[in-house]
Design a protein around this ligand. Structure first.
Ligand code: NAX
Length: 323
């Protein structure tokens, strides 16, 4: 039997976690032979609800769960964590400006970045799901000076999966027929879901769909999918977000099957400002991710990438005091 992996999850009593934790416990993220110890973090008012979640996990008698704890102290929840899923964040309240939201979450993610730095495994892999995910990840990384900033990533996989599903439906194919899907930039409405590199069963995707559909239907549909889910369900994406988090970490740890999109610290590739948490096409191998280089970027794509980059730069400016 393998040594258990310690997985810390914040926002353990929230909606996404209610799907996420159970799937991790069932082995969907790290494999059916990998035991886990779950370390859940919540804020004091949600500790009762967290207790209920823990009771339910215990009641599942998952063979892979070798331990489970709940805490309202980041230093306890992150102790020796090998993987940290930062899901909990402050939702946008009534009348709150985007800058207020950035600031409120900045306070959470600077504390958590420091707690990861001081308590987690030195090799911890961090995925930030809580919004604004890219800039929260930037703040957490900046507050963890002893960790490599490459250990911090932001979740773009839900956007990536949404893009795969839309293109598969349009071309009457399966998501597994699609290769080289990319979502660039920020997890926001400025993101750029790019099918200019993609193939469907080996054929260029742009030869299979018309340009008008791509620019005026596909791109806005993927960009605004989160709002459409809220409109339809009366609540934000939860099970699909959990599924994307599982895909992201599974691929990072165990390797990806081709290109996937991850929000990672920009190294300047494709002319993007260095340091911001920008979603790139990556390939994961041996527990590491590498940006896919040398893709030809046309003028349309370049413009879209600039727009989302500019938004991330202005978010970074808004939280400069926390970096
Ligand atoms: P919920 O409001 O249901 O749950 C959030 C939980 O986090 C709550 O239980 C809350 O008590 C807890 N929490 C708040 N501050 C905390 C802190 N400092 N430490 C620990 N726990 C804390 O939200 P849920 O639907 O689960 O969504 C969680 C986050 O994911 C939100 O920020 C949401 O916007 C974001 N999303 C990100 C997505 C992405 O693709 N990156 C997609 C889905 C989702 O919208």
């Amino acid at each position: 039997m393998k040594e258990p992996v310690r997985v810390a999850i914040t926002g353990g009593a929230g909606n996404i976690s209610y799907s996420l934790i159970f799937r991790i416990a069932a082995g969907d993220m790290l494999g059916p032979d990998q035991p886990v110890i779950l370390q859940l973090l919540e804020i004091p008012p949600a500790m009762d609800a967290l207790k209920g979640v823990i009771m339910e996990i215990n009641d599942c008698a998952f063979p892979l769960v070798h331990g489970i704890s709940g805490s309202d102290k980041p230093e306890e929840a992150f102790k020796d964590a090998d993987i940290a899923l930062l899901v909990g964040s402050k939702p946008r309240g009534k009348g709150m400006e985007r800058s207020d939201l950035l600031k409120a979450n900045g306070d959470i993610f600077s504390v958590q970045g420091k707690a990861l730095n001081d308590n987690a495994s030195k090799d911890v892999k961090v995925l930030v799901v809580g919004n604004p995910a890219n800039t929260n990840a930037l703040i957490a990384a900046a507050n963890a000076p002893d960790l490599d900033n490459k250990q911090f990533t932001a979740m773009m996989r839900l956007d990536h999966n949404r893009a795969l599903s839309q293109l598969a439906q349009k071309t009457d194919s399966q998501v597994t027929d699609i290769d080289k899907m990319i979502v660039w930039g920020n997890h926001s409405a400025t993101q750029y879901p790019d099918i200019s590199q993609a193939t469907v069963n080996g054929k260029p995707a742009l030869d299979l769909v018309d340009r008008d559909w791509y620019e005026n239907d596909f791109i806005p549909t993927v960009q605004k999918r989160g709002a459409a889910i809220i409109e339809a369900r009366g609540a934000s994406s939860a099970a699909s977000a959990a599924s994307a988090a599982i895909d992201h970490v599974r691929d990072w740890v165990k390797g990806s099957d081709g290109i996937v999109s991850m929000g990672i610290p920009s190294d300047g590739s494709y002319g993007v400002e260095e340091g911001i948490m920008f979603s790139y096409p990556v390939i994961c191998k041996n527990g590491q991710y590498e940006i896919v280089q040398d893709l030809e970027i046309d003028e349309f794509s370049r413009g879209r990438m600039k727009t989302t980059e500019e938004e991330l730069r202005s978010e970074r400016e808004a939280v400069a005091a926390l970096l």
